[in-house]
Write a protein that binds this ligand. Structure first.
Ligand code: CP3
Length: 361
């Protein structure tokens, strides 16, 4: 009896200690614009094809099985945290699970890229998409998050995510990856009613999905607006910005929100989004982004991802250090790349990056 009590007390203590791990605390503090000992670090697309341990699992399981089986999703989510000691883990999933839950399935092609099972073409296709009840149809993500929380045990912060309505609309209208994304822009210009119906349904679905992730305990959520920069500056607000703003407003501060809108330079729209943190791509200097955004906005970014494949570890370390020096003592700074880790990233370069940040004083 005494033993059990002692064991329980010990388990509770280690859980508590883990819940307050320096990694998680650092990330949560930066998300809340509080001082940190050094900037926290995670990388977009940190799980996946750059890791040998991911590739080994992928030999045995399809991507669909990886994201739909909680044990596998948790394993892949934890792989980069284990290997590099990052301060945050990101749920292993994909932005296309939302269109899938609305009725438009997808698969990955052997040669790379993604193919949707059908295309959204016109008003009647848009009307058929089901935005209500998406969270129930995505309960497999909730189950994965429950297990990830348990396995992670507070060793790092946990991030949830979703694609932005604009970015998802592009994939849905193209029917998958495209060399040139033109159809969503075309619909936005030609038939605003149809575009707004689609974006509104996506806004509702994404909000419900993110709310579900927050209710399962993620520390923050990131909205990937990876195609934001495809828009001319004067259309950004109407086609993408306002829908993300609505999502942020509906989440109502339940968890910090990071908005990553690649290539977007519509600073006013980004400034009034209500996001805690704005993700910055490598097409602009961090110092410049800092001047353009309100002083109390968190910033995330923006090492050039190509360095991870093409440069030597010493170069990666030097460039990482340069960004850290630029942002020294700035509250709300989170180290990341300007876009996702390329599949060809070299392990020694990821190690050099992680070591540089972890030894930064
Ligand atoms: O960041 C992470 O580690 C979490 C997992 C994650 C994936 N995709 C896994 C994935 C996240 C956050 C995403 C986001 C995502 N997915 C975006 C936005 C970010 C960005 O890079 O701009 C987009 C546009 C997608 C859509 C997508 N997913 C495409 C077009 C493709 C095919 C091309 C490609 O990159 O392979 C994917 C596949 C995908 N998503 C893989 C992984 C690990 C590769 C799947 C495999 O193992 O073959």
């Amino acid at each position: 009896m005494a033993d059990t009590t002692q064991e329980t007390a010990q388990a509770a203590k280690s859980l508590h200690a883990a819940a307050n791990s320096p990694q998680r605390e650092r990330m949560v503090n930066a998300l809340n614009f509080l001082p940190v000992d050094r900037p926290p670090c995670w990388l977009m697309r940190q799980a996946g094809r750059c890791l040998p341990e991911y590739r080994a699992l992928r030999e045995k399981h399809s991507f669909r099985d990886l994201i739909r089986t909680p044990e596998l999703a948790s394993e892949v989510t934890l792989q980069p945290v284990r290997r590099f000691g990052f301060d945050a883990a990101i749920l292993f999933s994909d932005i296309l699970v939302v269109p899938e839950a609305m009725g438009q399935g997808f698969r990955f092609q052997d040669g790379g890229g993604v193919k949707m099972e059908s295309e959204v073409r016109d008003m009647s296709d848009i009307q058929e998409l089901r935005e209500d009840g998406v969270a129930e149809r995505m309960e497999y993500v909730g189950a994965a998050l429950d297990l990830i929380k348990q396995d992670l045990n507070g060793r790092a912060a946990l991030l949830g995510f979703a694609g932005s309505p604009w970015t998802l609309a592009n994939f849905m209208l193209e029917g998958g990856s495209a060399k040139k994304f033109g159809k969503a822009k075309e619909l936005f210009k030609r038939d605003r009613r149809a575009y707004n119906l689609l974006a509104g349904k996506l806004m509702a679905a994404v909000t419900e999905f993110l709310q579900m992730q927050i209710s399962r305990g993620v520390d923050a959520v990131q909205i990937f607006d990876s195609l934001g920069g495809e828009l001319p500056a004067e259309d950004f607000e109407a086609a993408s910005g306002q829908w993300m703003e609505m999502i942020v407003a509906r989440l109502n501060g339940q968890a910090p929100v990071i908005v990553y809108s690649k290539g977007t330079r519509a600073w006013n729209a980004l400034s009034k989004m209500g996001a805690n943190v704005i993700g910055i791509d490598h097409g602009i200097a961090l110092a410049e982004a800092e001047r353009r955004l309100p002083r109390d906005t968190g910033l995330q970014g923006n090492l050039d991802p190509a360095l991870l494949s093409d440069a030597e570890p010493a170069t990666v370390a030097a460039e990482t250090r340069r960004l850290l020096e630029q942002m020294r003592d700035r509250n709300g700074y989170i180290f990341n790349l300007g876009h996702g880790v390329p599949p060809s990233a070299r392990m020694e370069n990821l190690e050099a990056l992680a070591a540089t940040i972890q030894n930064f004083v």
